[in-house]
Design a protein. Structure first.
Length: 267
């Protein structure tokens, strides 16, 4: 295939598949907890981190990761210690971080093609260093998810009962939001800050339509997410359209098929 003759496409496939596995795996716990807005909020917070990178002329990857993780901890702290509805809290941080990002980007005079890549994703923006970071973090994250799978599942379905039975819900929650924050921070080069939330949520919702067990649903979500990335990259390459948006469109098509299959009882 012609597409595999280009190094940047091979890097895009490798990083995209890692991101797809991570996003859908973490998305399962986020969706079950009815905390889906977390992904979009942290995506906008990552964009704020990118703005800091532009302003201070430092690595936008590390500034996005650092900003997303620190603020995700703050959000979790507020959720646990203050009587504020989770969706309201996330809405505040989503709009606030986006507004601040726009101001900082304006001050640093960074409204350019590079910013467009961070907003909507760019397959040519991924380099070998990104591959090493994404793959290393991906393997570590999957090990953590597998090790704490039962406890994460318990907390996702009923946090209060999990706490009363002795599960350290606080540590698990901070670990989960940290993994989500880092995954989103690493994903914005491929999918874009405005679209990564969709990749984390839509494949999971698609998989849920089939009414399987949690584990089987998670495997389906991973399969749908990987399929969306591969198809999206191929289509974007041959038609020369933004990769992030194309990946999300593929995920939406899979979602529509899943709804149709459920309604028609084909599957």
């Amino acid at each position: 295939m012609e597409i595999l003759h280009y190094d940047f496409m091979i890097r895009a496939f490798i990083s995209g598949i890692f991101i797809a596995i991570l996003a859908s795996s973490l998305g399962m716990f986020v969706v079950v907890r009815r905390y889906s807005m977390l992904s979009d909020t942290l995506a906008h917070i990552s964009l704020l981190g990118v703005a800091f990178g532009f302003l201070f002329s430092i690595s936008t990857t590390w500034s996005a990761l650092f900003t997303a993780v620190i603020i995700s901890w703050f959000i979790e702290y507020l959720r646990r210690n203050y009587d504020i509805y989770s969706d309201s809290l996330l809405a505040i941080f989503l709009t606030g971080s986006l507004s601040l990002a726009i101001i900082i980007i304006s001050l640093s005079h960074s409204f350019n093609a590079s910013l467009f890549n961070y907003l909507f994703g760019s397959i040519i923006a991924v380099n070998n260093k990104d591959i090493y970071i994404i793959s290393s973090f991906g393997i570590l994250s999957l090990i953590l998810i597998a090790n704490f799978y039962q406890k994460l599942l318990f907390v996702a379905f009923d946090e209060d009962v999990a706490f009363t039975t002795g599960v350290n819900t606080s540590s698990l929650n901070y670990m989960l939001v940290s993994l989500v924050a880092i995954t989103i921070g690493l994903s914005i080069k491929i999918v874009g800050a405005l679209l990564i939330g969709a990749l984390m949520i839509i494949p999971v919702i698609s998989a849920i339509q089939y009414g399987k067990s949690f584990f089987k649903t998670a495997m389906l979500a991973i399969l749908f997410s990987i399929g969306s990335v591969i198809l999206g990259l191929i289509v974007s390459f041959y038609i020369s359209i933004p990769s992030g948006a194309t990946i999300v469109i593929m995920a939406l098509l899979i979602f529509m098929f899943s709804l149709f299959a459920k309604k028609s009882r084909f599957l």
